[in-house]
Design a protein around this ligand. Structure first.
Ligand code: UDP
Length: 161
């Protein structure tokens, strides 16, 4: 069975995606997951949780002084969210492109925000903005043993030999 051929390092780039509380309430979780699956990325961790302020203060440490931070905190703690780690070639940059502009009103049609969101304050998803940020953010949201390394049966058809 598991013949143990590890994917090369460039196929193992990882990013954190959060399906935010508005998207859970609006039953968009499946749709968001489907987009990343269909593209060919590999899901390596996922959980539904209620985030607390401590976790969000770490996750959004760059934004804590912003005037919108209290509202962002209220939004992100308003209900459960889904945290996921996706893996694959160029996943950080590709995922940001699939998510679209932070300001939903400016997000291109076809992106997640451009298709499902009207306003920056309820913009459906988070995706890490660099490989380094992703590494840090994954550490805030997941224990090391919650990430599952698995061999993808369609790797040759997704990436070529
Ligand atoms: N945000 C907001 N108002 C703003 C800017 C940002 O409510 O004027 C929220 C929004 O949910 C956004 C999050 O803060 O997704 C993080 O902002 P960032 O600039 O990091 O954008 P992102 O990386 O999520 O596109």
């Amino acid at each position: 069975w598991l013949c143990g051929v590890l994917a090369p390092p460039e196929l193992q780039e990882k990013t954190l995606v959060l399906v935010k509380p508005d998207a859970v309430q609006r039953r968009l979780v499946g749709n968001v997951i489907q987009r990343f699956e269909r593209r060919g990325f590999k899901l390596v961790a996922m959980k539904l949780l209620q985030a607390d302020q401590g976790l969000l203060d770490k996750h959004y440490q760059q934004l804590r002084q912003k005037p919108f931070y209290p509202a962002l905190l209220a939004y992100m703690t308003s209900g459960p969210l889904v945290a996921m780690v996706w893996e694959g070639y160029n996943v950080v940059r590709s995922t940001r492109a699939m998510v679209g502009d932070t300001d939903s009103a400016a997000a291109a049609a076809g992106t997640i925000r451009g298709d499902f969101s009207m306003h920056v304050s309820r913009n459906v998803v988070h995706a890490s903005d660099s490989v380094e940020t992703a590494r840090r953010e994954i550490g805030f949201w997941f224990q090391r043993d919650e990430l599952v390394a698995w061999e993808s049966g369609d790797q040759d058809y997704t990436y070529g030999p």
